[in-house]
Write a protein that binds this ligand. Structure first.
Ligand code: SAM
Length: 310
């Protein structure tokens, strides 16, 4: 990963206090509430108080903002968010954590909601919870569903969602921030580039978590765009092409779209050539602007029966 940190916290030397980022506290809560870590729910809790502090500063929110936290765990990040934001809603799926959160988060501006984030109707919930405040998502994401969570936020959240600051696995952070056309890119990179400007803020060593995961993590911040950076006449069709192209990323785009998408291969080859792209180009070599141009062009093509090919 290139060192593209936008925030340098090295000059902040003062000790940082967070009562919920402490091994003893976590183990005591675990014992008193008969709680067991649920690996299947991605439960690796932060035990380094500097990390939630840095994440909340990196998210750059103040009391004007509403914050949606996905997966508060025992509440160590929520503790920092409660001090910074106007209102915090923390959505936790694990019933076993609810009595713990009732004990650890006695703040007027924090509401814990027991729900599976993937089942929330964001277009209804965000205005209901936050009124007309700008909303940020700030979370140490459960790693087993990072991509579905991000796709849901990008595709379904109303425009009041302005920023997403999340901790993810380091390799995933690299993919999220990879520019389209680079070999690290994937379908998720293009979705993120379309909807936001994304940066890696800093890395987090595995030793910052309990239990300790096998991989390093990194914090990524996405500032949502007012307008997409490319002009495409059919966004859904473009993302269908992107998904199909990356679904078989070792194949040429012509073969991937022809085999899985049922598009006529000679016509695809002609379309690529007329956009000055090689007929054997692969999805990972295509920029977002080129996918948009390909979509716009294919939308003008008809099959022999006069039906649109896309
Ligand atoms: N925020 C805490 C921290 O940083 O220490 C805990 C983060 S832990 C990596 C992920 C949290 O997400 C866990 O509390 C887990 O139970 C919760 N979680 C997992 N899947 C979820 C889902 N679908 N909806 C809401 N919360 C979920």
């Amino acid at each position: 990963m290139t060192d593209d940190r936008i925030i340098d916290f090295s000059s902040y030397e003062e000790p940082i206090f967070n009562p919920l980022c402490d091994r003893k506290t976590i183990l005591d809560l675990r014992r008193r509430h008969l709680f067991a870590f649920n690996k299947g729910l991605g439960q690796n809790f932060l035990v380094n108080p500097r990390i939630p502090w840095q994440i909340v500063r990196g998210a750059a929110i103040d009391e004007e903002w509403g914050v949606l936290e996905i997966g508060p765990g025992i509440g160590c990040m929520t503790y920092e968010l409660a001090k910074a934001a106007g209102k915090v809603v923390a959505v936790e799926i694990d019933t076993a954590l609810l009595p713990i959160l009732a004990e650890t988060l006695p703040y007027d501006n924090v509401t814990v909601v027991h729900a599976d984030f993937m089942e929330l109707d964001l277009a209804r919930c965000l205005p209901e919870w936050f009124g007309d405040r700008p909303v940020a998502v700030v979370a140490n994401l459960p790693y087993y569903i990072t991509t579905p969570i991000l796709m849901r936020l990008l595709e379904q959240a109303p425009p009041q969602l302005r920023r997403i600051t999340v901790m993810v696995q380091r390799e995933v952070a690299e993919r999220l921030c990879a520019p389209s056309g680079s070999s690290d890119s994937g379908a998720i990179s293009l979705a993120i580039e379309y909807h936001s400007r994304a940066r890696t803020l800093f890395r987090v060593p595995a030793s910052s978590f309990l239990p300790m995961p096998k991989v390093e993590s990194a914090v990524v911040r996405m500032d949502l765009r007012d307008e997409p950076p490319v002009s495409c006449c059919d966004e859904a069709a473009m993302f269908r092409l992107i998904r199909l192209g990356f679904g078989q990323r070792r194949k040429t785009l012509v073969n991937a779209l022809g085999n899985q998408g049922g598009l006529p291969k000679p016509l695809l080859g002609d379309a690529l050539e007329s956009l000055c792209l090689p007929r054997d180009v692969r999805a990972e070599r295509m920029t977002l602007a080129q996918f948009a141009a390909l979509t716009n062009l294919l939308k003008t093509f008809k099959d022999p029966d006069g039906e649109p090919v896309l």
